[in-house]
Design a protein around this ligand. Structure first.
Ligand SMILES: C[S@@+](CC[C@H](N)C(=O)[O-])C[C@H]1O[C@@H](n2cnc3c(N)ncnc32)[C@H](O)[C@@H]1O
Length: 253
């Protein structure tokens, strides 16, 4: 299996390195919850040592990926690409997990990144997590230019069609060629995010991938990864038609 980590020195030359030890801003909220069952299933079928997450927010899903990676190997890497600036949608929400308050604006500028750092260090994952504070298109292109490959690319940044389409395009090129089960997962696949649905289905048709769903997570799985597909279905994932509007349908394992 190709070693996904060998390009890390190239990233370090550009200033992208594991977070490492440092202060924790204890006033920042703890991240918890998230799609833990789906991430556990994806971990089981891809056996990842390197995951690229696109859209990390306060670190909730990053902690789930970190636990999944750490359960398999002591040598793992999670690369988190995020502007840590939020989005137009977040600017319009108040209260709760996705509210504007969580941006912690100082002089009008978000300091959300401090929350992410606090959560990664609280979980003692600072030596494995590499933050890439760029917009997703630039961040993913940069990883590709450095030759980074990953077993899973998890996409949960901007949710409009153009952004998701671009994110998936570059993510396809980041899949670890040494792992036949390497795949992309997109969050928020469902009627509330038609742009995500359209981009996922278009890419799946074009790249001849199968789409499996669980808890609004859409896995874009290589057709040849038959064992992985069977295992996901056994675990309760349902296959999404690439042409039908209806969301998800059951297929026998
Ligand atoms: C829905 S949140 C991610 C949630 C996270 N995956 C979790 O489960 O907690 C979306 C994140 O994407 C980031 N984001 C939005 N648009 C982006 C873009 N174009 N490039 C990079 N990051 C972006 C926002 O800053 C925000 O942190």
């Amino acid at each position: 299996m190709a070693q996904p980590l060998k390009q890390l020195p190239q990233l370090a030359d550009l200033g992208f390195a594991p977070l490492g030890p440092g202060p924790i801003n204890h006033s920042r909220p703890r991240a918890s919850g998230g799609p833990s069952d789906a991430i556990c299933d994806i971990g089981a079928v891809t056996q990842p040592t390197c995951v690229v997450e696109v859209g990390s927010w306060q670190g909730r899903s990053a902690l789930l990926w970190g636990r999944e990676l750490a359960a398999r190997s002591s040598s793992w890497t999670l690369i988190c690409v995020d502007s840590w600036l939020g989005s137009d949608r977040i600017r319009r929400l108040t209260g709760g997990e996705w509210g504007i308050e969580n941006l912690h604006l100082v002089d009008g500028y978000p300091t959300l990144y401090s929350t992410f750092v606090a959560n990664i260090r609280r979980a003692d994952m600072q030596d494995h997590v590499i933050p890439v504070p760029l917009d997703s298109a630039q961040g993913l292109a940069l990883l590709h230019s450095c030759g980074v490959v990953a077993d899973v690319i998890y996409i949960d940044a901007a949710h409009d069609y153009e952004s998701v389409r671009t994110d998936i395009t570059v993510a396809l090129a980041l899949r670890n060629p040494g792992n036949p089960c390497a795949l992309i997962v997109c969050d928020d696949f469902g009627p509330n995010y038609p742009g995500v649905v359209r981009a996922v289905l278009e890419h799946a048709r074009r790249a001849r991938l199968r789409v499996l769903l669980r808890d609004q997570q859409a896995a874009l799985v290589p057709r040849d990864a038959k064992d992985a597909i069977a295992e996901l279905i056994r675990r309760g994932w349902v296959e999404q038609s690439l042409t039908r509007r209806k969301f998800g349908f059951r297929r026998r394992p």
